[in-house]
Ligand binder design. Structure first.
Ligand code: FBP
Length: 548
């Protein structure tokens, strides 16, 4: 591998660990029994072996050597900066317990477990990937682990390699499946532990015990750097409105965090759109009004941040998507035989009148997205919908009408951007490098202590890393029942932006001023070397959430 100068220098970075993990072995402190966030009876019935377990906290203990253990690791779903550090933390943790411990990586995600596609991750390999972005050490994939036959295929290779525990690094869906797998192996008494790690740039796998998912910090800083650069360009030329869509699937955490970092003129938050029951036209009117207000002051430029999941949060669109989800789940076979050119008409003829009318009115590309290109979890692949173009076209149409009515006096020219993939494999910030290494190391301690069905947890993350609190949270604690593919299923509750939460309130308190004044912030690139206030800042979201 040819390495950049930064990569070479960065390889020497020693991630910071919570104090309790540095000492050597750890003492396990168990809290009270836990409950799921909702639907307790149903979740308990589905997870009789892994429900109600206590929260675990690690404290410094005596250093001990345990018998060697073999561990398997899987990277699941979308890439997020820091995945390699989770693996290196896990590797260092099990090696510290016993130098003969081995780590096996399953190739290209959960599919690697089922297909028995794996490699041993030796020290030489691990050292090549410390503090680097990407998931390329073993690759990632979106195969869902949910069938008993897959669990059994997994068991075969796990037992063949003498693996004691499997660590699944993934988002809410992957950790849901990790929990189902943990329960299955526990019910069969196979003696195979399953531990999850909270990953996703989307930032929507978080709760009281999981303060943030890894990768969110680096991805938001990467997007904020380029949005800042665009804002400086925008404020220099003063002739374009930039419509910037940001990844994040459903939740608007990324758009909100970037807004707090760069102070754009407009930031749409999907959760607010839903709560206020706004229509697509309401969103367009909100943007157009700010464009017109700025134009009245001679400012024909600005920036609009748009969360990629927006269309799913517009109530009328949401009703349409819900009906499509159920319809396509029930009629997948029939739909697969319809010619591509007839699919739109077919759907129009099958939906209820209200949803049929909305579906028929959508531009072709958006309509196609909603029915055809779904991920293996059945989710609409919102990252492929051109919401930024849809909105700017509709804003242009409205402004043209307002111009005739004398309500708009300026010019409107738009540029479009989508920031997503470019943030998912960036070299992890110090925060993510430290957080991920700590999550991996914590996972090794959960394994050493015989735990299964737990997610690795590192808390108190706005304090210096030494003061972080490492432990484990039962995954069942995060679950509720939700409708998926037309059926009620136990799943980890997705954390959306809370409208009563401090980060959103901080946006609301400032957005009217940001809309009219040009008060852009230019965060610049992530810094890996330098003063701690430049290199080690956690996200604004975390800082605001934890400012008590
Ligand atoms: P995960 O939830 O698996 O972490 O994926 C996050 C994400 O980056 C979303 O923000 C985005 O909508 C999606 O993945 C894109 O998926 P793909 O990489 O398959 O195009």
């Amino acid at each position: 591998m040819t390495k950049s100068a930064l990569q070479i220098a960065r390889a020497a970075y020693q991630p910071k660990l919570p104090k309790a993990l540095v000492a050597g072995d750890v003492k396990v402190v168990e809290g009270a029994a836990t409950q799921s966030v909702a639907d307790q009876k149903a979740i308990q019935a589905l997870f009789p072996n892994t429900y109600g377990m206590p929260i675990i906290t690690f404290e410094s203990g005596e250093a001990v050597t345990l018998p060697a253990i073999n561990v398997g690791v899987i990277l699941s779903g979308g890439q997020a900066p820091g995945g390699h550090n989770v693996i290196s933390g896990l590797f260092d943790g099990i090696k510290k317990l016993n130098a003969d411990s081995k780590l096996y990586g399953f190739i290209l995600g959960p599919g690697g477990l089922v297909d028995h596609n794996y490699m041993e991750l030796t020290a030489d390999i691990i050292n090549e990937y410390r503090n680097t972005g990407g998931f390329d050490i073993i690759g990632s994939g979106r195969t869902k682990l949910e069938e008993e036959s897959q669990f059994e295929k997994g068991r075969e290779i796990i037992q063949q390699l003498g693996i004691k525990a499997l660590v699944i690094i993934g988002g809410d869906d992957s950790n849901t499946n990790a929990c189902v797998l943990a329960e299955y192996y526990a019910s069969k008494k196979y003696g195979i532990q399953v531990i999850g790690c909270p990953k996703t740039i989307d930032g929507d796998l978080k709760n009281e015990m999981i303060e943030t998912s890894f990768g969110f910090d680096t991805a938001c800083k990467t997007y904020s750097e380029v949005i800042g650069n665009i804002q400086r360009d925008c404020n220099s030329a003063r002739k374009y409105w930039h419509f910037i869509k940001l990844m994040g699937r459903s939740a608007s955490h990324i758009a909100l965090e970037c807004a707090l970092q760069v102070q754009p003129n407009i930031c749409i938050v999907s959760e607010e759109v839903e709560a206020k029951d706004m229509s697509l036209d309401d969103v367009v009117t909100y943007i157009a009004q700010i464009v017109a207000d700025r134009a009245a002051r001679g400012h024909n430029f600005g920036t609009v941040l748009i969360p990629e999941g927006l269309v799913e949060f517009i109530p009328a669109m949401k009703r349409l998507i819900a009906e499509l989800n159920d319809f396509l789940a029930a009629n997948a076979e029939e739909f697969s035989h319809i010619k591509r050119s007839h699919q739109r008409d077919y759907i129009v003829s099958k939906l209820s009148p209200e949803n049929s009318a909305i579906y028929a009115s959508l531009p072709e590309s958006v309509a196609r997205q909603l029915t055809l290109d779904r991920d293996p979890h059945g989710n609409v692949q919102v990252s492929l919908i051109d919401t930024e173009k849809l909105l700017s076209e509709m804003v242009a149409t409205k402004l043209a009408i307002w111009k005739k009515e004398g309500k708009f006096v300026g010019k409107f020219a738009a540029q479009h951007h989508f920031f997503g993939y470019e943030g998912r494999c960036a070299a992890p910030s110090n925060f993510d490098a430290d957080y991920c290494y700590s999550l991996g190391y914590t996972a090794s301690m959960l394994i050493a202590n015989g735990k299964t069905g737990y997610m690795s947890s590192v808390r108190n993350t706005t304090a210096p890393a030494a003061e972080w609190i490492a432990g484990g949270v039962p995954i069942t604690m995060m679950m509720n029942m939700e409708r998926r593919h037309g059926e009620l299923k136990p799943v980890i509750q997705k954390a959306l932006v809370k409208l009563e939460g401090a980060p959103f309130k901080a946006l609301v308190a400032q957005r009217d001023r940001w809309a009219i004044e040009t008060d852009y912030v230019y965060p610049g690139p992530i810094q890996y070397f330098g003063p701690t206030e430049v290199c080690d800042q956690p996200t604004k979201t975390l800082q605001l959430e934890q400012a008590k």
